[in-house]
Design a protein around this ligand. Sequence first.
Ligand SMILES: Cc1cc2nc3c(=O)[nH]c(=O)nc-3n(C[C@H](O)[C@H](O)[C@H](O)COP(=O)(O)O)c2cc1C
Length: 183
Amino acid sequence: MTDIVVVFHSGYGHTQRVAQSVADGADAPLLQIDADGNLPSGGWELLAAADAIIMGSPTYMGGVSWQFKKFADASSKVWFVQGWRGKLFAGFTNSSGMNGDKDATLTYLWHFASQHGGLWVPLGIPPSHDKAARRDSLNYVGGYAGLLTTSPTDASPAEMAKGDLETAFAFGEEVARVAALRR
Ligand SMILES: Cc1cc2nc3c(=O)[nH]c(=O)nc-3n(C[C@H](O)[C@H](O)[C@H](O)COP(=O)(O)O)c2cc1C
C-alpha cells in the first residue's frame, strides 16, 4: 500500500473535477485548499505521511492561484526541516485557453517540488497529436511534464472534456504505478 495524496485548489469547480479523476485513478484521498488558501484540519499530517503528493491548481493569470501559493508559502515550515525530501511529486493544471500559459503553472509546481527535494513524476501518457486525434482522445492537450486540461470559459465543470477526465484518471494510475516501484 502506497500513500498518495492529491492536494489542489479550485475556484470554480473545474480543477476539482480533474482532481477527483486523478484521485480515483491513484486511489488517493483529496485534500482541498479552501477559498482562503488553507488546508482542512489534519491536512499537513496527511501530506507528511504521504509517499507521493500530486498537486493541482487552475491557471490564473499565467500561474497558480493565490490560494495555492499561500499553501506553498505555508509549506516553508516543512521546507526548513526538509520534511518532504525524497517524496514523489506530480502536477496538473486546468485553464480555459488550450495553451493559456498552463506551462508556467506546471513549471512552478515542478520548482516547488524541487525546493522540497521531491522527485518529479511526469504524465507518462503519450499525446494524441496525429490527424486521427479528437478532443476526447487521451492527452489531447498534449502535455508531457504533467497533466494539462482545458475547459472553455463558458463551460461548467459538468462539461469537462471526457478525454481530459480519462487522461486525469490514467495520470493518477501512472503516479500510483511509479510509487509502487519504490516499495
Ligand atoms: C483570475 C483568473 C485568471 C485566469 N487566468 C487564465 C490564464 O492565465 N490562462 C487561461 O487559459 N485561463 C485563465 N483563466 C481561466 C481559468 O483557468 C479557467 O476558468 C479554469 O477552468 C478555472 O478553474 P477552476 O474552475 O478550477 O477555478 C483565468 C480565470 C480567472 C478567474
